[in-house]
Design a protein around this ligand. Structure first.
Ligand code: TYC
Length: 113
């Protein structure tokens, strides 16, 4: 929303605008894991299970995808949750002395990168 005209400042219109905004679904963000040569495969699988609630089969498939293609999607979340997941990955990785990297990107094509 940009500028609002005088008649839009009337109470009824303002309330309707807010109600319409409330039901819009939030922008979603992909949390991306990046490959490296040092993080153990088993660590990445356990992390996908614990942080991203993947089953062992899903976690293994995502880990192998990242290993072979350079990066892969761990999960899709709202902005704040995605930020938290990225921070959790980095915290867990550093605590275990692994260089594992994660990032987030908007799911929508229009505002991507
Ligand atoms: N390439 C790593 C290895 O061979 C495994 C790995 C997978 C690392 C996924 C990071 O996000 C990653 N041990």
């Amino acid at each position: 929303m940009t500028e609002r005209r005088d008649e839009d400042r009337q109470t009824g219109v303002a309330i309707r605008e807010r109600e319409e905004k409330k039901v819009k679904r939030p922008r979603m963000f992909r949390v991306v894991l990046h490959n490296d040569d040092y993080t153990p495969m088993d660590f990445v699988v356990r992390l996908l299970e614990t942080v991203f609630h993947r089953t062992e089969a899903e976690a293994t498939a995502v880990m192998l995808h990242v290993h072979h293609h350079g990066q892969g999607v761990a999960g899709v979340y709202t902005h704040e949750i995605a930020e938290t997941k990225v921070a959790q990955v980095h915290l867990l990785a550093r605590k275990n002395d692994h260089p594992l990297m994660a990032s987030m990107e908007p799911e929508d094509e229009e505002d991507a990168e």
